[in-house]
Design a binder for this molecule. Structure first.
Ligand code: PGA
Length: 248
């Protein structure tokens, strides 16, 4: 039985004071062990949020990492730095990073390997544009994204340490949610691709989230679909809505 994982991706929101107030306000209401709850603040807020959630079941996640160990990479954050604030997860390959910061499949793969080396679990985002969906190109596109992201990653890591987030780009921040059937179909498709790449045990164990305009009103239906093992929540993770989603 796969444990659900609900992660809040704050994106570029909240100062330290705002983060402090918000997490203190919601933390008791999202402190559960029925699902894995992950908060992914911006880098400036990581340490403060880490302190606030210490001693709870809530886990810390980052939104990005560099694939090199250390060195002359101005503005970047290393996996060791994420470890130093006790981050357990890190989002990589988010469509906003692919679109605005030229993050390619190859870079996503390097980042995943670096995180795994440091025992931080990658949340690898994949997802198609509306145009790709309408042209029927989504299956091949998603399959390639998944395959490239997992290149040369061990069966054991894929089975136990990787989370995939299916996030159709047309549903991110638009208020348009994929229907639960569309989300289920693609999460199942990704699971079948993993079955082909690895084996049954890996396919049945890997957790696949849906992301894109998840809100309290649709969380229950989405999270009850057979192949959807959690949610990656953007906008709604910044408000009390996150509490309602975690307690779906
Ligand atoms: P959204 O964002 O919930 O605001 O659509 C999801 C995401 O980008 O991870």
């Amino acid at each position: 039985m796969r444990k659900k994982i609900i992660a809040g991706n704050w994106k570029m929101n909240y100062t330290i004071t705002e983060a402090d107030n918000f997490v203190n306000e919601i933390k008791d209401r999202i402190n559960t062990d029925e699902v894995d709850v992950v908060i992914c603040p911006n880098n400036i807020c990581l340490e403060r949020v880490s302190d606030i959630i210490e001693g709870t079941n809530i886990k810390l996640g980052a939104q990005n990492v560099h694939y090199e160990e250390k060195g002359a990479f101005t503005g970047e954050t290393s996996a060791n730095m994420l470890l130093s604030v006790d981050a357990k997860y890190c989002i990589i390959g988010h469509s906003e990073r692919r679109q605005y910061f030229c993050e390619t499949d190859e870079i996503v793969n390097k980042k995943a390997k670096k995180l795994l080396e440091k025992n931080i679990k990658p949340i690898i985002c994949v997802g198609e544009t509306l145009e790709q969906r309408e042209k029927g190109e989504l299956y091949e596109f998603i399959s390639t994204q998944v395959k490239n992201a997992l290149k040369d990653i061990s069966e054991d890591d894929v089975k136990n340490n990787i989370v995939i987030a299916y996030e159709p780009i047309w549903a991110i921040g638009t208020g348009v949610t994929a229907t639960s059937m569309q989300a289920q179909e693609m999460c199942k498709y990704i699971r079948e691709e993993i079955r082909k790449l690895y084996n049954n045990a890996v396919a049945e164990n890997i957790r696949i989230q849906y992301g894109g305009s998840v809100k309290p009103s649709n969380a229950n239906e989405i999270l009850n679909m057979e192949d959807i093992d959690g949610a990656l929540v953007g906008g709604a993770s910044l408000t009390d809505d996150f509490v309602a989603i975690v307690n779906y």
